[in-house]
Design a protein around this ligand. Structure first.
Ligand code: CP3
Length: 354
């Protein structure tokens, strides 16, 4: 494997000294980029794009051609696991993800196959290897998965949801069935992330997009416990390097101490938590990734720059901060504004690393 030319991101995840704060954006390859829309049009639909090794590789690299980003993230989706389990994932324009089949009973959970990611999701591993080769050591590659709870919400609901009533109905009225589902998903996610690591992912992130919709006890029991199981089962050293793990629970700011106990290297923060406060609470144990409100990218470049300066100063001096948005970049952002955001991090953060 080619030597890594920029390891700022991996170093900051381990709270090792860096020359400036590394930066990447959740959903950095996506519809806000005209070149992404062009490649997607060539592929047909989104899933075909994920399954086309060459084109998935191409869109992963597109944001790196435009901006001085410190990491690449695999172009794929969290819903590849339920799709491979036979639920039949499809996307209807403007409506988000949908499944042909749902999981709502003990029999449905029982019927779910246990996956072997290396074969059942071979197209993802092919993309990981191709991207690593194309990157040629420019920046590290992040692999990812959804959390068991977040995947379960889509599998039970059969789509995105506002209130998660079916997932919560199952969780509260038949907790054993929900636990059986989460158990299967935790095993699948562990195997999936380990396969990505073996294929070349140099760090992994677990997206718990919907953990923050749970009460505190339910978060601990139905989301965090399964993420901890995953962290415990991951390959943590590969190809001569530590493989850092990032846990991101959107709206999970009140549970950072418990999240830091899982053994993850870093926690993702959305914008509702003050990053200085978060650092005071858990910064001696984990790195922090975040946390500008993605909607700030609708503001003029000078305002974006001011916000970047504020977040840098709230985190303060020293390593352990990976700059990011607090959630994915939205499709209608002007790519110039995304550029202003990344430039501001590069230009303003050096002062905090002397
Ligand atoms: O960050 C990256 O650039 C890597 C690619 C990535 C995608 N999805 C590509 C994608 C990642 C990391 C994801 C994760 C994902 N997918 C999550 C967790 C993160 C989060 O945003 O909370 C969730 C909940 C999903 C499920 C999903 N997939 C949704 C809700 C949607 C949006 C539907 C829509 O039309 O807005 C998708 C589709 C999707 N995944 C797109 C992309 C680029 C848009 C597809 C397109 O139309 O081109």
């Amino acid at each position: 494997m080619t030597a890594l030319k920029n390891d700022r991101f991996l170093r900051a995840l381990q709270r090792q000294p860096v020359d400036r704060t590394p930066v990447w954006m959740m959903r950095q390859a996506g519809r806000y980029l005209p070149e992404y829309r062009a490649t997607r049009a060539k592929a047909g639909d989104f899933l075909s794009l994920c399954k086309n090794t060459e084109l998935a590789c191409e869109v992963t690299l597109q944001p790196l051609e435009r901006y001085p980003l410190d990491a690449a993230i695999l172009f794929s989706d969290i819903l590849t696991i339920p799709d491979a389990m036979g639920l039949g994932l499809y996307f209807e324009t403007g409506e988000g993800p949908k499944f042909r089949n749902t999981v709502r009973s003990a029999a449905d959970v029982e019927a779910l196959p246990s996956l072997k990611a290396e074969t059942d999701l071979d197209y993802v591993m092919a993309a990981v290897s191709a991207i690593r080769e194309a990157l040629a050591g420019r920046v590290p590659l992040i692999g990812f998965s959804g959390s068991p709870w977040t995947l379960a919400t889509y599998m039970v609901e059969g789509s995105s949801s506002k209130d998660f009533r079916e997932a919560k109905r199952l969780m509260y009225s038949e907790p054993k069935v929900m636990h059986a589902l989460l158990e299967k998903l935790a095993a699948a996610v562990t195997d999936y992330l380990n396969a990505q690591i073996r294929a070349g992912a140099q760090a992994v992130q677990i997206f718990d997009t919907w953990g923050g919709t749970l009460s505190s006890w339910a978060y601990a029991e139905f989301s965090l416990a399964y993420m901890k199981k995953i962290v415990d089962g991951l390959i943590r050293h590969h190809d001569g390097r530590h493989v850092p793990v990032i846990l991101f629970t959107k709206n999970g700011g009140q549970w950072l101490e418990a999240m830091a106990e899982t053994g993850a290297d870093a926690l993702g923060l959305d914008w509702t938590t003050d990053i200085g406060n978060a650092r005071a609470r858990v910064g001696d144990r984990v790195a922090l990734q975040g946390n500008m409100d993605p909607s700030m990218l609708y503001a003029p470049p000078e305002r974006i720059r001011q916000e970047v300066a504020d977040i840098l100063s709230r985190y303060g001096e020293g390593s352990g901060h990976i700059f990011n948005l607090g959630h994915g970049i939205t499709p209608d952002v002007d790519p110039e504004n995304a550029g202003a955001f990344i430039r501001a991090v590069c230009e303003l953060s050096g002062d905090y690393h002397r």
